[in-house]
Design a protein around this ligand. Structure first.
Ligand SMILES: Cc1ncc(COP(=O)(O)O)c(C=O)c1O
Length: 434
């Protein structure tokens, strides 16, 4: 209870400026779209404000401002590794703009390695397409409940001729919130000589991350998080990766900042995270991101997790009692982050979303950039999915299936969840009566 009060007080302080009024009606808004992006916290804003006073480019000058800015920037790399409890030896934190860029960079680093990449069927497109665009990619399956089918993963790891080089898996689904056991997946991947990449977009601000030591069989090799889902503005993030593989890969974006020396005939690229960070980075954003990671650790990711689990339990419990309402993914709050997708029987999901938004609850609807997973959850088979894709190929505006999603952040309160339950109960009952 005391922990919760502390967390609520800190959340109040951190998000004072966050507008909670709906335009037009003046109703106090409820922001339930934290899985898409999060507002900037005070800890990030203040760090960026401070850094602005002595801002210079990084690693490019001997002046005082350049030294101060470069120091803060370099500290952010150390903070990043500490944030995920990583061993600094043998690993890098390479700065990227968002999760998509980090996942592309991981696929790029692995591109010249022999073998195929296996991705789970529940991935966000950003953890499917970067692999498909760079080489042979297969899928491993999910259960009826919408969870990872580990026996299918093992069967695919065992049976692939030529071997599997990488298993790409989400740390927490942006559709159902489901958190697979990533260390179990890592153990399996390593048993068959593969590496593992975790898309931690939905973990960073919500659960503590432990990548474990390099020698552990359940160590995570690659992991991506981004600042805009962790209370920092868009444009910051990092890829955690093995230094040896990163140093032997071709530079991701060759150019200024990536080299030791260039002549007209020869270029010597740097070894280090900067090899893949061409051009001027998001300096202020990275400094803000460092402050966000420190701020989150200070509040305590275990406290945040406990708070969000309580909210999820409350929401799931209330939603279960609403007639006509279907929640996707058959797992409780212990197995998911604060992300819940649902629909109301007989009601178009876009109309459902419109009515919820109109009541002041800011939510998201559609397929959440995870079409294969959404198709599975909706019970579409391969033939249905193929028909759907053909229709969309002919007409990109053809109707798409989908549902509605709510997602929580550390500022979400039980009162907001209760208000939301009242809103959807009314909508579902109206739909039933119609
Ligand atoms: C699980 C997951 N992976 C990847 C992404 C892509 O993130 P970004 O927009 O930062 O590239 C998202 C965004 O919602 C996500 O939820």
């Amino acid at each position: 209870m005391r922990g919760r009060k502390n967390l609520e007080r800190m959340a109040e302080q951190q998000f004072r400026g966050f507008s909670r009024r709906v335009r037009g009606s003046g109703t106090r808004a409820i922001y339930f779209d934290s899985a898409a992006t999060t507002p900037e916290a005070d800890f990030s804003s203040r760090a960026m404000q401070r850094a602005k006073r002595t801002l210079a480019n990084v690693h490019r000058g001997k002046g005082d401002f350049s030294k101060i800015t470069s120091h803060s920037f370099d500290q952010a790399r150390k903070t990043a590794l500490r944030f995920i409890n990583a061993q600094p030896e043998g690993n890098y934190a390479v700065f990227v703009r968002n999760n998509t860029e980090g996942l592309n960079l991981a696929a790029h680093i692995m591109q010249s390695q022999p073998g195929i990449t296996l991705v789970s069927e529940m991935e966000h497109h950003s953890n499917i397409l970067p692999h498909q665009e760079r080489g042979k990619t297969g899928f491993f399956g999910i259960s009826k409940k919408g969870a990872i089918d580990f026996s299918d993963l093992e069967a695919k790891l065992k049976s692939h001729k030529g071997g599997v080089k990488l298993v790409a898996i989400t740390g927490a689904s942006n559709v159902t919130g489901y958190m697979p056991d990533i260390h179990r997946a890592a153990r399996l991947a390593h048993k068959y000589g593969a590496r593992i990449l975790v898309d931690a977009a939905q973990m960073g601000a919500h659960v503590p991350i432990y990548v474990k030591g390099n020698n552990s069989v359940s160590h995570i090799d690659f992991l991506v998080v981004a600042g805009h889902k962790m209370y920092n503005p868009a444009g910051s993030g990092f890829l955690f990766c093995p230094s040896g593989l990163a140093d032997s890969a071709r530079p991701f974006m060759p150019g200024g900042g990536t080299v030791v020396a260039v002549t007209k005939g020869k270029t010597i690229y740097s070894k280090g995270p900067e090899r893949h960070e061409g051009g001027t980075p998001n300096i202020l954003g990275t400094i803000g991101f460092r402050a966000a990671m420190i701020g989150l650790k200070k509040i305590g990711l275990k406290n945040i997790r406990a708070h969000e689990m309580e909210l999820t339990k409350l929401a799931l419990h209330g939603m279960k009692k609403i007639p006509n309402l279907k929640v996707y993914g058959g797992f409780g709050e212990k197995k998911r982050v604060g992300v819940i997708s649902f629909s109301v029987k007989g009601m178009d999901y876009a109309e459902l979303a419109r009515q919820i938004n109109e009541a002041g609850v800011q939510i998201r609807e559609g397929c959440f950039c995870a079409h294969p997973y959404v198709h599975r959850l909706l019970g579409l088979n391969e033939a249905d999915a193929t028909r759907l894709v053909s229709a969309l190929e002919k007409n990109p505006n053809a109707p798409k299936p989908g549902f509605v999603r709510v997602s929580f952040g550390l500022y979400t309160t039980p009162e907001e969840v209760k208000k939301f339950l009242v809103v959807i109960r009314k909508i579902a009952l109206r739909a039933k009566a119609a």
